[in-house]
Write a protein that binds this ligand. Structure first.
Ligand code: UT7
Length: 323
């Protein structure tokens, strides 16, 4: 059986850091409220001349260097973003050009905060179908560009960054001892499209628009949907929560992450947490967290990782990966 084995990862965070104290000067909020309700202390914000493709390119280069894979070997780029440089072409095509890659194919997927899980599942399926052998999977966002900086209910939450993985097709045994993506599970429920959305777009207002969210409602759905998809994922491969080495969740809110870990019976030292320093970077949050825990030596070859995310749409999903 063909498996998509992760052979490298990389990430990029813009230099500028925005602290909760900085936000106290912009809107009626407090460091105490933000930390208590979300766990966020600070976040990174792209420079004026940095676009999503620039962040993505930096993360992609770091992932390829980590993998020791040459650009010519890559035949697929799947890039998850809800903040593309332009309406079209796909940001993935700009990354392809930036890498100097003249073969293969590149496209964007848009599933908001679940985007990276959708991109990973998409690339995995292309690899399993034999249509690609080496894939770059990227999550990259400049959410600072779509925030309403006068809306305290959203501007304190979201931020910018990018993360990338390199996948390679390798022959596996077809059981849980294989390295690579073991299973992926995607869901959406469009009935809730108006609980987390951007109030603009080319076909409606011809403006970019700003992010709007009914946070409490999203929170309520996130807790339920994530618990369900995590159970579905483990059931699909007949694994127990105790077999997970690391939970690498979407970093929206520490309370949601703690709730998911508690339901799985995982102690906090088996959860990769970056929301405190990165905020919610939407499609970039899972690969950013992954790259951090790989770089600092927590995630080791052979570890079982459970990745999960939930976002606008609603969309949600998870992936089980043996590193
Ligand atoms: O990544 C995609 C998925 N997104 C998520 O998973 C986000 C899910 N939602 C959340 O994380 C949380 O709902 C929030 C962090 C957004 C909000 O936390 P909450 O505990 O649900 O607070 P709330 O919305 O119920 O607001 C409580 C109070 C309100 O005041 P009143 O009505 O009780 O007087 C808000 O106006 O907190 C107020 N508030 C703030 N106060 C200070 C809202 N934002 C702020 C703020 N600073 N930044």
């Amino acid at each position: 059986m063909i498996r998509s084995v992760v052979v490298g990862c990389g990430s990029y965070l813009p230099e500028r850091i925005l602290t909760n104290a900085d936000l106290e000067k912009l809107v009626d909020t407090s460091d105490e409220w933000i930390i208590e309700r979300t766990g966020i202390h600070q976040r990174h914000i792209a420079a004026d001349n940095e676009k999503t493709s620039d962040l993505a390119l930096n993360a992609a280069r770091a992932a390829l260097a980590d993998a020791g894979v040459a650009v010519d070997e890559v035949d697929l780029i799947v890039l998850a973003t809800s903040t593309p440089d332009q309406t079209f072409p796909a940001t993935a095509c700009k990354v392809q050009a930036g890498l100097g890659m003249t073969r293969g194919f590149a496209f964007d997927v848009q599933a908001v905060c679940s985007g990276f899980i959708y991109a990973l599942a998409t690339a995995d399926n292309f690899i399993k179908a034999g249509q690609a052998k080496t894939a770059l999977v990227i999550g990259a966002e400049t959410f600072s560009r779509i925030l309403d900086w006068t809306d305290r209910t959203t501007c304190v939450l979201f931020a910018d960054g990018a993360g990338a993985l390199v996948l390679k097709a390798e022959e596996g045994r077809g059981d849980n001892s294989d390295r690579g993506v073991l299973t992926t599970h995607l869901h959406s429920d469009g009935r809730h499209h108006d609980l987390l959305y951007v109030d603009g777009g080319p076909s409606s207002t011809q403006t970019t628009g700003h992010l709007r969210m009914l946070g409490k409602e999203v929170f309520r759905h996130a807790v339920v949907n994530l618990a369900e998809v995590v159970r579905e994922t483990l059931d699909a491969v007949g694994m127990q929560p105790s077999e997970i080495d690391w939970l690498v969740p979407h970093q929206a809110n520490k309370r949601i992450i703690d709730g998911t870990a508690r339901k799985l019976g995982l102690s906090t030292d088996r959860v990769v947490l970056t929301v405190d320093r990165h905020g919610n970077t939407s499609a970039a949050s899972v690969p950013l967290a992954l790259a951090e825990a790989v770089k600092d030596g927590r995630i080791k070859r052979g570890d079982v990782l459970l990745l999960e995310a939930m976002g606008g749409g609603f969309t949600w999903g998870s992936a089980l990966v043996r590193w």
